[in-house]
Design a protein around this ligand. Structure first.
Ligand SMILES: Cc1cc2nc3c(=O)[nH]c(=O)nc-3n(C[C@H](O)[C@H](O)[C@H](O)COP(=O)(O)OP(=O)(O)OC[C@H]3O[C@@H](n4cnc5c(N)ncnc54)[C@H](O)[C@@H]3O)c2cc1C
Length: 351
């Protein structure tokens, strides 16, 4: 047991970080808990990224990605930046040289490794989440439609509810997707036959060279859980979606029905990252996994959900290694017993 003097000393050391007094423009936060006390160290990144002080948005160092992924797994990212505007993103792109760069949405389809990310992670969820009022217009067929401009960090659920408030139909079945618009576009997220791809009118991105570019829907092509961009996808910062006017009460009923079905069939109260595997042609990955008796099968603290066999849940303290081993086990079993190669839907990042 530590005596009080030692505890005070340890907490003092934790507060002062490396012990060097540093002159900082940007505050780097190092949230940690030491002996029950929340510690916020401040220290500079001079040796690694001296240009980070130019960033206006929030910058965190050694931030655990477990706090930013829905399955609550993931080691520390060297740097996690919440850019305030496009200039912040361009500053990162201009200065990062060969440092690896990752984009994080809501982290709802992501498995980050236990050792985390050696590089820079950008998250748009703090400052790129504006959802504008719809602009209505009439099409040649006489139907009223509307365009909504949305920041890539906006949550899909908010967007679907916003559209419903204006009686706009087309994305009500996407209300239960817990991701951001940017993540939904990259993954061509979908539910019950609706996908985000077809309702996009344009997508604005920052290319890896720092150029802002607006792509039209015709420039993109959509596959099952994947959008194909000209070149690398880059960083999506905004999109316009085009929806048709519909019946508000029907839209609301569809949303409610959809949400309650999810609550009954998905393990929404246990950390998870959505569907682990893509559905093979003409079948459902969950049905196949369940048919092999793998529901509830666990490795470490990661288990196949009892509720939905295509979900892996974190039963408390699961590691990325537990999850990847479980994924491999499921793939092996499915291959041996059915000859089907299950492909992962989740994105795996990190060392
Ligand atoms: C309970 C649950 C239910 C789910 N149900 C569904 C469902 O019905 N249908 C479905 O399709 N998905 C579903 N998902 C998966 C997930 O929510 C979607 O894939 C979602 O679109 C991912 O968005 P995100 O913001 O969380 O992206 P993340 O998981 O953070 O990232 C996914 C990928 O997108 C990239 N990315 C994210 N934002 C940007 C950006 N702005 N610019 C460039 N790249 C970016 C990331 O780098 C990564 O490659 C579910 C997940 C959970 C946890």
């Amino acid at each position: 047991m530590l005596n009080e003097a030692w505890k005070r000393r340890l907490i003092h050391i934790a507060h002062s970080g490396s012990g060097r007094e540093l002159n900082l423009k940007t505050r780097m936060e190092f949230p940690k808990t030491v002996l029950g006390q929340k510690i916020h160290q401040s220290k500079t990144m001079t040796h690694t990224f001296p240009w980070l002080h130019k960033i206006k948005g929030r910058v965190l160092q050694d931030e655990l990605l477990a706090s930013h992924t829905s399955i609550q797994i993931g080691g520390p990212a060297d740097v996690l930046v919440f850019p305030e505007d496009t200039r912040d993103i361009q500053t990162i792109l201009k200065n990062r040289e060969k440092t690896p760069l990752y984009i994080l949405g809501e982290g709802s389809n992501l498995l980050a490794s236990d050792r985390g990310i050696r590089g820079i992670v950008i998250s748009l969820k703090e400052c790129f989440k504006e959802i504008k009022r719809p602009l209505f217009f009439k099409k040649e067929d006489g139907k009223r439609r509307a365009v909504i401009k949305v920041g890539a960090g906006a949550k899909m659920s908010y967007l679907a509810k916003h559209a419903a408030r204006f009686s706009l139909t087309g994305i009500e079945r996407l209300v239960g997707i817990p991701g951001s618009l940017g993540g939904a576009i990259i993954m061509n997220a979908g539910a019950e036959g609706t996908e985000i791809g077809p309702v996009l009118r344009s997508v604005t991105r920052i290319t890896r060279n720092g150029e802002i570019e607006t792509l039209k829907r015709e420039d993109l092509s959509f596959q099952y859980r994947k959008t194909i961009f000209p070149g690398e996808p880059g960083i999506i910062i905004e999109a316009e979606i085009e929806l048709e006017e519909g019946d508000r009460s029907e839209i609301m009923t569809t949303m409610d029905r959809h949400l309650s079905r999810r609550a009954q069939t998905q393990p929404l109260t246990i950390p998870n990252s959505g569907s682990i595997f893509k559905n093979p042609e003409g079948d459902a990955a969950g049905r196949i996994i369940e048919s092999l008796g793998l529901k509830g099968y666990s490795i470490g603290k990661a288990g196949v959900s009892i509720r939905h066999a295509n979900f892996i849940v974190n039963k408390g303290g699961a590691t990325a290694k537990d999850v990847t081993q479980l994924i491999k086990h499921i793939q092996k079993e499915v291959k041996e017993k059915t000859s089907i190669d299950l492909q992962t839907e989740i994105v795996i990042i990190g060392d």
